[in-house]
Design a binder for this molecule. Structure first.
Ligand SMILES: Cc1cc2nc3c(=O)[nH]c(=O)nc-3n(C[C@H](O)[C@H](O)[C@H](O)COP(=O)(O)O)c2cc1C
Length: 201
């Protein structure tokens, strides 16, 4: 499918057919997330894939009811410990030739980052920003495979963490229920280009 067609025609899907989602489709969706860009290539996103009725039933009390009717739910998380992997990631990037055309003093950047660590809230915001990009990749890939999904921000994140027995280092960002659509929604309203374009210089 053309990327433009996917961007134009993807909708949030809130009603799913009971048909199972093939494992290779789930893998392809996770692969789309894995390929998403991230700041400093830190790749903070982590996922839990839920297919079992038992786990869905436990989640049901802590999010919107339709979510747990999806055959698959991907719980999208971030790992706060990736910040300590920055030296590895930057060195890896340099080794891959990322800065060949625009040389960067990686040692200096790392030294600066070490001396000026981000505060907890800013670090979390950056991680969630990266998670959002990966989630968008997943919604588009799901659509490309004939599947529907809906980004879910309404959930009890702490309870979800408890149910999934996730360590404190992880943050739950969103749920992504996925399945074959049992609805064909019209495009949802959007602001016009004039309303979102502040200025052209
Ligand atoms: C960050 C974020 C959080 C969202 N949370 C929810 C949610 O909790 N429940 C829900 O039904 N839809 C949720 N949505 C879906 C939006 O309502 C939807 O994207 C928007 O209305 C536009 O519709 P469309 O995706 O079909 O174009 C969320 C979307 C985003 C990007």
């Amino acid at each position: 499918m053309e990327l433009s067609a996917a961007i134009e025609n993807r909708r949030s899907i809130r009603k799913f057919k009971p048909d199972q989602v093939p494992d290779d489709h789930i893998k392809a969706i996770l692969e789309a997330a894995r390929l998403a860009p991230s700041g400093s290539n830190l790749q903070p996103s982590r996922y839990v894939v839920i297919k079992s009725q038992e786990a869905k039933a436990k989640l049901a009390e802590h999010t919107l009811p339709f979510v747990t009717k999806a055959p698959v739910i991907i719980v999208c998380c971030t790992d706060s410990q990736v910040w300590s992997t920055a030296p590895e990631r930057w060195t890896e990037l340099k080794g891959s030739g990322a800065f060949n055309d625009n040389p960067l003093d990686v040692e200096k950047i790392l030294e600066y980052k070490k001396k000026n660590p981000l505060d907890k809230e800013t670090a979390k915001a950056y991680s969630w920003l990266n998670a959002a990009i990966a989630i968008d990749h997943m919604t588009l890939k799901a659509f490309d495979l004939g599947l529907g999904s809906c980004w879910i921000g309404i959930l009890d994140r702490e309870k979800t963490k408890e149910i999934l027995e996730l360590d404190d280092r992880y943050d739950v960002v969103a749920l992504l229920p996925i399945g074959y659509p049992d609805q064909n929604p019209a495009p949802r309203p959007r602001l016009t280009l004039n309303e979102i374009l502040l200025r052209e210089l």
